[in-house]
Design a protein around this ligand. Sequence first.
Ligand SMILES: CC(C)(COP(=O)(O)OP(=O)(O)OC[C@H]1O[C@@H](n2cnc3c(N)ncnc32)[C@H](O)[C@@H]1OP(=O)(O)O)[C@@H](O)C(=O)NCCC(=O)NCCS
Length: 178
Amino acid sequence: MRVEIRFPQLSDAAAYYEAVTRSAEHIGRWNPVEPDALPDMVRRQGEALRTYLVFDTEDGGLVGTCNVANIVRGRFQNASLGYNSYLPYNGTGRMSEGMRLVVDACFRPQAEGGLGLHRLEINVQPENGPSIAMAKRLGFRLEGYTPRMLFLQNAWRDHERYALTMEEWPGAGAGKLS
Ligand SMILES: CC(C)(COP(=O)(O)OP(=O)(O)OC[C@H]1O[C@@H](n2cnc3c(N)ncnc32)[C@H](O)[C@@H]1OP(=O)(O)O)[C@@H](O)C(=O)NCCC(=O)NCCS
């Protein structure tokens, strides 16, 4: 693997600031650009939110961030994935590798250090080609279309809804990484 994942800690704040600032142009087209967000992100980690940072195994650089957000337990066991990748790793395939590790962790049982989820969603603006490519590369299915779903870039934006359940992910449920 060219990447590894782990939860954020306050000592990541400087690397996060630099990565987001450097990548502001491509992130800002689709997501808020918040270089100072890491301390608050660390504080908000809990039952409803787990964040994974993706690091390059060779040089230790921050490749990207994936929020596993809106975690709902009970009979749903569901969450939404939101992600950004950072320069200079953007478009090198590393974020896709990191996202595979994140999906593995989401479906791994909680007793084995995973999140024990059953279903994941990715909601993407229809014009966001790189993100749609990411969802499809991970095997997410297009389930539907949600008008005016999220307030981004000063407007309520329509989203395509992609989803994946544990049954569709090789190795899930057996506690193994694929
Ligand atoms: C969406 C986003 C996270 C995708 O990240 P990324 O950095 O492009 O991810 P990857 O590098 O893993 O993508 C793989 C791309 O790298 C290419 N690539 C280059 N070298 C590669 C390698 N060795 N292995 C695999 N893929 C490689 C692939 O061909 C692929 O390009 P393609 O989609 O044109 O086929 C990124 O574009 C981003 O941060 N966008 C702005 C924020 C955003 O839109 N977030 C999502 C909102 S829903």
